[in-house]
Design a binder for this molecule. Structure first.
Ligand code: HEM
Length: 125
């Protein structure tokens, strides 16, 4: 079984994302980084997490690179720490399968550290 299925498929990922961005868009540290079009960000995230967890493939869709998406954003360590804390909270609220939840969080921690590394490297230039 893929991680996507273990998590509960599209229904669970969609509630995870809704809960996560609800918090992000009410968070004074993260909100200023994000565009007003929350719907577009949520759609892109659903499609990204579907790919990441081995869900159904959309053939029209280019594989997305986290480095490309984020490299020009002024992301610092405190942003990455907050991003992960809000994702942890949203995941506890929406994902019942604890083993699958921990696997997802592990991948997102690695992703967040990669984003941070790319952004910090860019900020030094
Ligand atoms: C390190 C903490 C992170 C911060 C502060 C952050 C911040 C942001 C911001 C501000 C945007 C909006 C960019 C824009 O359209 O103007 C964005 C988009 C996005 N982020 Fe992150 N991000 C982080 C980590 C991650 C991780 C770990 C993932 C992987 C799951 C991720 C996936 C995405 C996706 C899929 C988009 C949408 C890209 C698109 O518009 O097509 N981000 N992020």
């Amino acid at each position: 079984m893929s991680l996507y299925e273990a998590l509960g498929g599209e229904k669970v990922l969609a509630s995870l994302i809704r809960s996560f961005y609800h918090q992000v868009y009410h968070d004074s540290l993260l909100r200023p980084l994000f565009p007003d079009d929350r719907r577009r960000v949520e759609q892109a995230q659903l499609s990204f997490l579907t790919q990441l967890t081995g869900g159904p493939r959309n053939l029209n869709q280019e594989p997305t690179s986290l480095a490309m998406i984020h490299r020009l954003l002024p992301i610092r360590r405190e942003h990455a720490v907050r991003w992960l804390a809000l994702m942890e909270k949203a995941s506890i609220e929406t994902i019942a399968n604890e083993e699958a939840r921990l696997q997802l969080m592990e991948r997102l921690q690695i992703g967040a550290m990669n984003v941070l590394r790319v952004c910090e490297a860019h900020q030094m230039n």
